[in-house]
Design a protein around this ligand. Structure first.
Ligand SMILES: [Zn+2]
Length: 284
């Protein structure tokens, strides 16, 4: 597939934040002002769909490979190395081939899981992976230096707060609301660390799944409350408009490649959301 523009496009760095388990209707219910503001000033939808099964390991692997769970082979909530049906082109590895670094920040996975987590990051082609802290604020703190110094490529953060509260207390419970608001404040910190008026900077915020559709404390089903997610693109070159529907989590890695001017491998199931950028250079 030919990208619509070459490396002369404006975006140089993408910061991708995954708000684990954040349901779209939580944004209004719990007055998540930063998420709402980003949605309003960027290209966004509250009706994107995640992958099936709607669980974190599948969704994160799809975000990092562009492939469906059926193709990349991670089909349960157990994190493991992909067993793909064909060639897999991990997003960080594909970016690295075009000299874009990737760094990755998520909560501490524990001593036993750490070797696996580092191995998985290395297989994906992640240059710098940190597993530190246990909530959004601690993860932002761990990423702070990288956000300041890595001006190109991709910075990924995964925040566990809302999902954890949902499993413990139920989706949309008071505790879930508190966790969602805490993630919203952490997102506020991220927006202070990135200049969103700068055309070279793009912030992508999404959830990996919802929750409470069938089981009030779980999210693995085809119920819309489980598999519909918010998706927001913001930054200096991003239009202020609703995203065209239908839109999928799988469109995110394709769009990241496209916005950085990197050709999309055939194993990517999604399409680039080419309407999100202002003033595109015309295709050659
Ligand atoms: Zn979960």
């Amino acid at each position: 597939m030919t990208p619509r523009h070459d490396l002369s496009g404006p975006v140089r760095r993408v910061v991708l934040v995954v708000l684990d388990g954040l349901r779209p209707d939580a944004i209004r219910r719990f007055e998540l002002s930063t998420v709402a503001r980003l949605a309003q000033r960027g290209a966004s939808t509250l009706h994107a769909r995640t992958v099936s099964p709607s669980v974190t390991a599948c969704a994160m692997t799809s975000l990092l490979t562009g492939a469906t769970p059926d193709y990349h082979g991670v089909q349960s909530d157990q994190f493991r190395l992909p067993r793909p049906k064909g060639m897999l082109h991990p997003l960080p590895r594909t970016l690295a081939a075009h000299s874009y670094p990737t760094s990755f920040f998520m909560a501490d996975v524990g001593l036993l899981m750490r070797p696996f987590a580092n191995q998985a990051a290395s297989v994906m082609g992640v240059g710098e992976a940190r597993f530190a802290g246990d909530d959004a604020h601690a993860i932002v703190d761990a990423a702070r230096r990288q956000l300041a110094s890595q001006r190109r490529g991709l910075v990924v953060m995964h925040w566990p707060d809302a999902d954890r509260a949902g499993h413990e207390h139920g989706w949309m419970s008071e505790q879930y609301g508190r966790a969602a608001r805490s993630m919203d404040r952490a997102l506020g910190t991220v927006t202070e660390l990135i200049d969103l008026n700068d055309p070279s900077q793009m912030l992508v915020v999404l959830a990996d799944h919802g929750g409470g559709g069938v089981d009030p404390k779980d999210h693995n089903s085809d119920h819309p409350l489980d598999n519909v997610i918010p998706l927001i693109f913001a930054g200096g070159s991003i239009v202020h408009a609703p995203l065209p529907e239908p839109v999928s989590l799988l469109d995110v890695p394709a769009t990241i490649l496209w916005s950085l001017g990197v050709p999309r491998p055939a194993s990517y199931a999604g399409r680039a959301l080419t309407g999100i950028l202002h003033a595109l250079p015309v295709a050659a």
